[in-house]
Write a protein that binds this ligand. Structure first.
Ligand SMILES: Cc1cc2nc3c(=O)[nH]c(=O)nc-3n(C[C@H](O)[C@H](O)[C@H](O)COP(=O)(O)OP(=O)(O)OC[C@H]3O[C@@H](n4cnc5c(N)ncnc54)[C@H](O)[C@@H]3O)c2cc1C
Length: 415
């Protein structure tokens, strides 16, 4: 069987390796870091079919423009003259229509449901060493306007076979025995689950090492050698690696890595922050999105993580403390007696969500080469979609029938 080289050891790269190894392939994975701290580590840990509306949706542009006026809002675009950003923004705006959302919601949902099932399969295969809990996720709200919107969404969710439970404040509180909840109400999506993303990554890594996967860590891919339509070699700062099948899964660096293959991918990084509080005396039981403030709260065993914000400010922008403070403030408004202190700057984590302009990932082969597959652009759903993406990557490499139709995720759809 062919040896597959994967560039990028985030959750998408590791899940791709998991399914390839399972199918009998030899795998080499190259990452420029040590795969122990990136975006796939510090995220909120949701595997969430509840997120069935693609990011590019009607209303988001107007809401985004309104939010941009406030330095502590959940959304920010750093104004700059950058041709890639302008092209991405224009394509995002063109896709934020009811018609496109309707077209994209089904493939997104099919992928979310497949991934949700496969995540449980991975847990059953490797053991629950990553604090996975299958109890659902709350959308909590404080304002009447948000309540109306969330109840409408819960209605719409039925179209995608999603069960929802609309609850008033008292009912929400009854499910949170240890912590006071100050909300108007909430919608529970029982299908969702959550886990510790770092533990998930470590479990996959350990498993893959035990199955003989070659990890070339702290190794930066700098280019590729080609012969006609075939990529023959991956060039790195640590030397060249021969390659017969190549998978590029470099998250927010998809455009940077594919540029050296003469391939243009529309993608922007959406920065987010998280803060983790260890060994909580009284912790949340349920994960929850504080919808008015776009903040995610996740209990992870004895620990609690809170995260949020979407900053489109390039790949190397500094941490904006005001935005982390806004996340923390929202958590206290929803959970007034939460025993947490705002952490020092070094303890605030940030990561980059790879944002495609229509809210669907890029999963597929590229027509320019006969041995190239892309897997990336999963935005705020990378963990949720990782298992299904890994399975699809294995099917693409094997050239076997896909578990779901792949056209909506075509890498060349904006060309
Ligand atoms: C605050 C926050 C909360 C989130 N919460 C959730 C959530 O609850 N649920 C969910 O589903 N998603 C969530 N996400 C999104 C999720 O974390 C991402 O979609 C996902 O981690 C992306 O995975 P990836 O493997 O594509 O990219 P990454 O994890 O970024 O991995 C890409 C890898 O490529 C490597 N790389 C890049 N360039 C090169 C190069 N030249 N050579 C070698 N290696 C290279 C990088 O070092 C990196 O390790 C959240 C994100 C943030 C920021």
């Amino acid at each position: 069987m062919k040896k597959v080289t994967i560039v990028g050891g985030g959750v998408i790269g590791l899940c791709s390796a998991y399914y390839l190894v399972r199918a009998g392939y030899e795998v080499r994975l190259i990452d420029r870091g040590d795969i122990h701290s990136g975006t796939s580590f510090g995220n909120a840990g949701y595997v969430s079919p509840s997120h069935f509306v693609p990011l590019a949706s009607p209303g988001i542009v107007a809401k985004g423009l309104q939010w941009m006026l406030s330095s502590s809002s959940p959304f920010y675009i750093k104004p700059r003259f950058d041709w890639d950003l302008i092209r991405w923004g224009f394509t995002f705006w063109k896709n934020a229509t009811a018609k496109t959302v309707e077209k994209n919601a089904k493939p997104l949902n099919d992928l979310l449901h497949l991934s949700r099932e496969l995540t449980t399969d991975i847990k059953n295969d490797l053991g629950n060493t990553f604090r996975m809990e299958e109890i659902g996720c709350f959308m909590l709200y404080k304002s009447a306007e948000t309540e109306k919107h969330e109840i409408e969404l819960a209605e719409e969710a039925k179209k995608f076979n999603l069960e929802t439970r609309v609850m008033n404040a008292r009912e929400v509180q009854s499910l949170e025995p240890e912590v006071e909840v100050n909300v108007r109400g909430g919608v529970l999506y029982p299908i969702d689950c959550h886990l510790h993303p770092g533990d998930f990554m470590n479990t996959l890594h350990k498993h893959l090492v035990s199955r003989g996967t070659e990890f070339q860590l702290n190794t930066t891919v700098t280019g590729f050698a080609k012969s006609g339509q075939h990529i023959t070699t991956v060039q790195t700062d640590k030397g060249d690696f021969e390659c017969s099948e190549l998978v590029i899964a470099t998250g927010s660096w998809l455009p940077a890595v594919s540029k050296s293959l003469g391939i243009d991918i529309l993608l922007q990084a959406g920065k987010g922050y998280s803060m983790t509080f260890e060994n909580m005396k009284r912790n949340l039981k349920y994960p929850a999105i504080l919808v008015d403030n776009r903040v995610a709260m996740t209990p992870m065993g004895p620990d609690l993580r809170m995260g949020g914000t979407m900053e489109i400010s390039g790949l190397n922008s500094p941490l904006l403390i005001k935005r982390a403070q806004a996340i923390f403030k929202a958590s206290k408004e929803y959970y007034p007696n939460l025993e947490v202190e705002f952490p020092s700057k070094e303890k605030i984590w940030s990561g980059l969500r790879p944002l495609s302009p229509d809210g669907l990932p890029y999963i597929g082969r590229h027509s320019k080469f006969d041995n190239l597959t892309f897997a990336g652009g999963h935005a705020m759903l990378g963990l949720s979609l990782a298992a299904a993406t890994g399975k699809l990557v294995e099917e693409l490499v094997a050239k076997s029938a896909g578990s779901v139709p792949l056209e909506p995720f075509d890498v060349e759809r904006f060309n």
